[in-house]
Design a protein around this ligand. Structure first.
Ligand SMILES: Cc1cc2nc3c(=O)[nH]c(=O)nc-3n(C[C@H](O)[C@H](O)[C@H](O)COP(=O)(O)O)c2cc1C
Length: 201
């Protein structure tokens, strides 16, 4: 499966690149702009009508998407770092702003995402955070349980710090170094949880 390709080249966006997509309420792609097609290497025909997970990269923790959908379903906007895959297995990091879209009667009809290049210094911090969450998810044989465990740890961590995911990104990621975040995350790593303990879970 293309999604399982772990290697690939890191594709950097230019400052002026804005990747845009619109979806229906289920996340099925309705529109992509030219920049989306150019960077993802997928054609319009390959994207429109497909679930947005067509560009999901295997390194992305599932719990981040759970957080994203919870906010969207609660009519909230979301800011998130996302690693996406290109058709040929290359990948690119984006800083995404995702919002619900409404028709003239105020009914929610879909979602809209604008993505830009993330600040380079924040990327290392986010990569550490996502690797930490992904490790937790993968230490469970059952994917749903793994996602829930990582999600609970993320929520607990943010609550203890008195922050939200968005706030974490805006206020913490810009001044934390990768070493600091690695040390910080270690404090939250489940001490007794090992793959062998959950093999049957
Ligand atoms: C407007 C919008 C934009 C999205 N953009 C992305 C994206 O760029 N990359 C991505 O992997 N998922 C994106 N998603 C989330 C996907 O719908 C999906 O939840 C995610 O890829 C995980 O899919 P999976 O649970 O089927 O593995 C977006 C969702 C919406 C509503």
């Amino acid at each position: 499966m293309l999604n399982e390709i772990a290697a690939g080249e890191d594709i950097f966006l230019e400052e002026h690149d804005v990747i845009v997509s619109k979806t229906d309420l289920k996340g099925r792609i309705l529109y992509v702009n030219e920049t989306f097609r150019r960077i993802s290497q997928f054609s319009e025909q390959e994207l429109v009508g497909e679930p947005h997970s067509i560009i999901r990269h295997a390194d992305m923790p599932r719990c981040i998407f759970k957080l994203l959908w919870q906010k969207l379903e609660a009519d909230e906007e979301v800011f998130a770092y996302v690693k996406n895959r290109c058709k040929n297995g290359d990948y690119y990091w984006v800083f995404a702003h995702v919002t619900p879209s409404y028709d003239s009667t105020g009914k929610k009809v879909g979602y809209h995402s604008n993505r830009r290049v993330p600040p380079q210094d924040e990327r290392g911090v986010i990569e550490s955070l996502y690797r930490f969450l992904k490790d937790i998810e993968e230490s469970y044989a059952n994917k749903k349980e793994g996602m829930q465990a990582a999600y609970d740890i993320l929520r607990g961590m943010l609550k203890e710090q008195g922050t939200s995911y968005d706030q974490f990104i805006f206020e913490f990621a810009s001044f934390l170094s990768r070493e600091t975040i690695d040390g910080f995350l270690n404090d939250y790593r489940p001490a007794t949880h090992t793959i062998s303990q959950t093999q049957n879970g």
